[in-house]
Ligand binder design. Structure first.
Ligand code: NAD
Length: 483
């Protein structure tokens, strides 16, 4: 296990083999009953302690994230702040969301008292990506832990030490008891975790890998939460505050060098404002600095093969008539990609249909917001989206028509900074939710307990019922619901 004293640039730890994965799951299972027995209050204290420790040592975590991903300092700091923000909320709200609650038994069964509670599943496997190696895993890890589960985390092979740092710091506040275990390695370790004796898998990564994860989980019928890729769209209405929309679009498309699942990749701007919007976007994007210097706005592209995807999509779009408004293939100087803005890209080009995962923004013009909604929805993905209009009411109406898990009006990616808000997508973007009450319930089994308070005068669920019981029941139901 990594200790805080290890230098952040040390080589990744060795890959865990299948036996290591089994051992980690077994170790996690052995401490789960004791962790569950702490109750919500005990777990809350531990998780809040973890949050405080992460914040006290945040410089260390920022350095580690930067060493493993090449992020800018601000991107790494924002990630740590978000992780702490979500962790704190999860710890504080688990008892309210998951604790037993009274439920009405209904008129027919009024002689029962009912409680519904959310019990832990046992051991949860969390498979994470490299793009937000602290923030993303902390969501499912903290929700699973708050609910009384223990966790085995398989961080991305590109960011193993960030995962290990998280586990090591948590162990410090749990008196050395490991409720979060880490197994390292590539897809082989991930698949071994899917096939291990875990009670649920939370997967965050590409939609292609998600399909393999589900196939591996099918053998044991292990349930999964899938947080897959995205192709988020922004709609810019004719009455939008263009300055604000352009500022938001550039940040959402270029932050983390475009390597954000809910990053902005497509804009549909209404004709009358499209040119002005493009000018503003171009001006802002052109001013961004790329590199590993302290003042850089965009760091490197982490996955070398992604550079080929980005280059292929840009070339394909241009060869099919798109306009390079800013940059182009020449903007790709490995490992960096400077901002690229493309306009009038054919809707069936890969730059519009497939995830780019780089600082490339497609801006297409539409005749109306209705057409923008249609185009935004014509995607296999459905993760996040945004709408810019001065009429907030109509913005919410447009948002409701978008096939996306989360939509921001007059902002971008706002939902990610709100710990009470469920996060997840539809279609190729996945299913299930992390964050918020839905995210907490995701790692529990719902249990209803009914307890009969007294014997009712009419007892239909007995072979010893009286001859008049069923006619009485039929009369009652007709009276209640028959009109
Ligand atoms: P990836 O799919 O390559 O890998 C994700 C994780 O899965 C890694 O830990 C990897 O080792 C593991 N893995 C690979 N093959 C596996 C297998 N057969 N079985 C089990 N696990 C396996 O994704 P990535 O490149 O690390 O991350 C980028 C992708 O993640 C993008 O598509 C991005 O949109 C997506 N993402 C989604 C969200 C979200 O919340 N929806 C958040 C962040 C990233």
């Amino acid at each position: 296990m990594t200790t805080a004293a290890d230098p952040p640039h040390a080589a990744p730890t060795a890959t865990s083999g299948t036996p290591d994965v089994a051992a980690a799951v077994s170790a996690a299972r052995s401490v789960q009953p004791a962790w569950d027995a702490l109750g919500f209050a005990g777990r809350r204290k531990a998780l809040q302690g973890w949050c405080a420790l992460i914040l006290r040592r945040s410089d260390e975590l920022v350095d580690l994230i930067r060493a493993e991903t090449g992020k800018t300092a601000d991107d790494a700091r924002l990630e740590v702040i978000l992780a702490a923000h979500h962790l704190r909320w999860t710890a504080a709200h688990a008892a309210r969301v998951l604790g037993p609650r009274r439920v009405s038994a209904g008129l027919l069964m009024f002689h029962h008292a009912v409680t519904v509670a959310h019990r832990p599943l046992g051991v949860v496997g969390v498979i994470g990506p490299w793009n937000y190696p602290a923030f993303i895993p902390v969501g499912p890890v903290s929700a699973a832990l708050a609910g009384g589960n223990t966790v085995v985390l398989k961080p991305s092979e590109l960011t193993p030490r960030t995962g290990e740092w998280l586990a090591a710091t948590l162990a410090e506040v749990t008196g050395g008891i490991r409720v979060l275990h880490v197994v390292t390695g590539d897809g082989t370790a991930g698949e071994a975790l899917c096939r291990a004796a875990v009670d649920k898998i939370s997967f965050t990564g590409s939609s292609a890998t998600a399909r393999r994860v589900m196939a591996a989980c099918a053998d044991r019928l292990t349930p999964v939460v899938i947080e897959g890729g995205g192709k988020d769209a922004m709609i810019v209405a004719a009455d939008a505050d263009l300055d604000a929309a352009a500022d938001a679009a550039v940040w959402a498309a270029m932050t983390n060098a475009g390597q954000t699942c809910v990053g902005l990749e497509r804009v549909y701007a209404v004709d009358t404002v499209a040119d002005r919007f493009l000018d503003l976007v171009t001006e802002r994007a052109a001013a961004l600095r790329v590199g590993d210097g302290p003042d850089a706005d965009l760091g490197r592209i982490v996955l070398p093969r992604q550079l080929d995807v980005i280059a292929a999509q840009v070339r394909d779009a241009l060869s099919r008539g798109a306009r390079a408004v800013l940059g182009g293939p020449q903007s790709i100087t490995p490992p960096y990609v400077a901002p690229i803005v493309l306009a009038d890209v054919p809707e069936d080009a890969a730059a519009v249909t497939e995830e780019t995962f780089g600082p490339v923004l497609v801006v297409n013009r539409v005749t109306s917001v209705a057409e923008a909604v249609e185009r935004a929805n014509a995607s296999d993905y459905g993760l996040g989206a945004s709408v810019f209009t001065r009429d907030r009411g109509s913005g919410r109406g447009v948002a409701a028509r978008l096939r996306a898990g989360m939509v921001s009006v007059n902002a971008v990616i706002a939902f990610a900074g709100m710990p009470a808000v469920p996060f997840g997508g539809v279609g190729d973007s996945g299913f299930g939710r992390v964050h918020g009450p839905d995210g907490l319930r995701e790692f529990t089994r719902t249990q209803a307990i009914t307890s009969q308070r007294f014997r009712p005068p009419v007892q239909p669920t007995s072979f010893r019922r009286r001859p008049g019981t069923m006619p009485t029941l039929v009369r009652l139901v007709r009276t209640l619901y028959g009109r």
